[in-house]
Design a protein around this ligand. Sequence first.
Ligand SMILES: [Fe+2]
Ligand SMILES: [Fe+2]
Length: 232
Amino acid sequence: MTGKEDLFTPVHKGLRAMMYDLSTRLQTTDFTDRVATQALATDLEVDFAIARSAGCFLCAFAAHAHDEEKVVFPRSAAAANALVSELIRDHQGLTRRELEIGERARGLASLSSREERMAAGIHLNQLANDLFAAYFAHMNREETELVPVMREHFTDAEQAQMRGAIIAGFQPDRLFALLGWMLPALNVSELTDLIGSVKAGAPPPLMKAVAEIGAARVDADRWAVVRQNVGI
Ligand SMILES: [Fe+2]
Ligand SMILES: [Fe+2]
């Protein structure tokens, strides 16, 4: 059997968009400015349980890996044991980098000297670049190696059920924050499929909330085409 479901690429597009944005912020933040430095440190939180923003970057990266390990990898390990073991090992390396970045960011905000904050800001950029490089390579492997295995061993309905299990574990504010990155990162065809499936299967209040995120975040011309395609 060969299906066409892809549990990885759409959410990875959202995560990549977050990384591009975070990278730009890291490169342009004036670390002599304590307020800007503190704001960046807040958004770099590692742990959803203590984060002050539902869109915290490192939280989202860490939670994505956790979702894969909880729902997708246990099912796909029987078909691709060596690959899944390597992907889990990658996750451990990503987690180690994320924890160090979170710790450095918190420490940076509390440094009183401008010179120390500037030096620590340069180091934070370097650590983040290393995380992004590793994370990009990891997502490419999931998309090029694991997606074909999943299509061969699971029906589209089985994969859709796995996606449903992941989404069911999301807090609503976390889901909406992720959709705020993911929707503008998708092309018209992907958006049409996604919004069409939400329209077909989700309760009207959820559909309304998702449509509001699309209207606010997706490029206006692209969103108009999606609305026409889906009929909303
Ligand atoms: Fe992963
Ligand atoms: Fe992934």
